[in-house]
Design a protein around this ligand. Sequence first.
Ligand code: ATP
Ligand code: MG
Length: 137
Amino acid sequence: MDQSFIMIKPDGVHRGLVGEIIGRFEKKGFTLKGLKLQIVERGFAEKHYEELSDKPFFTKLVDYIISGPVVAMVWEGKNVITTGRKMIGATNPSNSEPGTIRGDFAIEMGRNVIHGSDSAESAKKEIALWFPDGPVS
Ligand code: ATP
Ligand code: MG
C-alpha cells in the first residue's frame, strides 16, 4: 500500500492546526502509520531538504523548519502521495486553491504549514530518514 511522509511545519504546530490537518487526512480515508512531535537539528533539516541545497532560499527554509517543533507523520492509502499533495495545495499559498490546506491556512511561501512527499522515491527516503525503525506495520 502507498505511504507518504507528511510533516506539519513549525507554523502549523504553533498556530494549533495539528488537529485540523490530521482530521482532514483521517476523514479522507487515509490511515495513520507513524506520528511524532519533534524538534529537528539543522543537519537533519538540511538532509530532509538536501535536493534544494543549491537554492537561494535554502538557509531560510532550514531556519524555518528548525524554529519549533514539527509533527512528523506517515499516512497510508491508495494514491496517498498524489492525493496528499492535492489536499496540501500549491507550494506558494497565493496559488493554493481554497479548500486545500495551504489555500485555507497560509498566505506566505516561507510559512506554508505543511510538507508532503512529492514522489514514491522521496516518500521512501523521507520515511526512512524520519522513522528509522519503520512506521507501524
Ligand atoms: P514541501 O517540500 O515543503 O512540501 P513543496 O514540495 O510544495 O514543499 P519544494 O519545491 O519542495 O515545494 O520547496 C520546499 C519548500 O521550500 C517550500 O514548501 C517553500 O517553503 C520553500 N520554497 C520553495 N520555493 C521557494 C521560493 N522560490 N522562495 C522561497 N521559498 C521557497
Ligand atoms: Mg517538496
